[in-house]
Design a protein around this ligand. Sequence first.
Ligand code: AMP
Ligand code: MG
Length: 502
Amino acid sequence: MAAFQESTAETVTIVAGLESTFADELGALTVPWQGAAAPDPQLLVVNEQLAASLRLDVAALRSVDGIGVLSGSTVPVGATPVAMAYAGHQFGGYAPILGDGRALLLGELVSSAGQRVDLHLKGSGRTPFSRGGDGYAVVGPMLREYLVSEAMNALGVPTTRALSVVATGRDVRRNGAEPGAVLARIASSHLRVGTFEFAAPAGRGLAAAHRLRDRPALPGADRTSVNGYTQSLSEVPRGGRRGAGVTGGEVDAHRFRARVMNTDNTTISGETIDYGPCAFLDAFDPAAVFSSIDHGGRYAFGNQPAVLKWNLVRLAETLLPLIDSAPDNAISAASAILETFDERYEGHYAAGLAAKIGLAQPFVDRALVDDLLTLLAEHGADWTGSFRALADELRGNSAPLDQLVPREHIAPWLQRWQGALTENGQGAAETASAMDRVNPLYIPRNHRLDAALRAATDGDLAPFEKLLEVVTHPFDRRDEWADYTEAAPRSFSETFQTFCGT
Ligand code: AMP
Ligand code: MG
């Protein structure tokens, strides 16, 4: 392990106000730790807007001291970096101790909007939780997380954010030697279902779990009320703008195939986290799997809601003794809430899809949506392109849709859709505009992202910077970005996978 480097006055400025309430209050769930020294740190990308919203000085972040902090080499004055402990169900099997094996919670910042957020480093070296791992991360996957999480944020999906990626100058062994990197990540909290699983056993004390639920990210404010805990359970998967975003209309509506959704990768805040094996779908296929180790399809796209519900049952189990000291009462209270999951999920999903086809709420005709999805799947139509093509259709431009689904197959559905719009009294022009505000033109297309990450690994950041600019403006059509709407060539999609622990 590297020694602490001395912090300078400038370092203090960079992270002025860095607090450590989690480490201070929940010592049983943390191990104070420090990052490895980076041999030759170079800042690859920094999120200036996000930095400004966190009242960080961008020029200071770009300085030698700033890069030292962002790489994990330098500990800011007054900070208490910690590795967080958590457990987790991985592919259904329980691992009682996982924890930050290559990450550190550097501390907490308070944003200009008054929100407390975690500043977290990923790839900062071995910790007591590393097991057989090397504690490092490499440039390609860290830039992938940076770009995909920022794209998700631009789409309005609750997600962790990316502050920076620093190349460390260390060779890391993956498929041969790859350049090492550290991602600085911002999240409203790094509490996971797995944190509760770790804290729950009586040996470690319910007090810790009790304090956990007072963290700002966990809903249900009244800790004195017995039902505070059941309230938490009902709000965690509340979908919509926040709340297990993985269930929400947004994620499903954008066809984002989340990463390996183990309980340690499921946040309590509902922010999508850990963009390792993940991708956006081109053609709609509920069976799509992008993780190289997911042979059984547990985390296939269409299975994600069921997996989230399964993860919430694990969360409920950890809360039972807090809900009611009589186990039977606790189980029935928790079950009553979990039983409402399907209906709540369905509500968010239907609303998300109704918005995509421009139907004003309330909307109940699931058959209209389902029949469209069946058509798109049958013809392998590009998901993202199809909804923009439907808006073009309303404007009298049928060429884009004709390229995706043969007219004779979609004509009867178009008639039903037009009928529903007419019945709602919705005009074509304003409906098309409303659709364009929720249906992105630009998503991180897998072949583009892959090419950009390869170039970046070889030292050319230009394709990455361009793609980042495009996907963080997903709804703004620009003629010079026409190439970025194209789906991956079939030859690429047939062999495409992303990998865990990368
Ligand atoms: P993930 O698949 O990234 O969610 O990680 C699952 C667990 O493996 C977590 O405890 C990680 O900290 C740990 N882990 C993943 N990659 C590494 C690595 N290269 N070195 C040490 N621990 C790792
Ligand atoms: Mg993880």
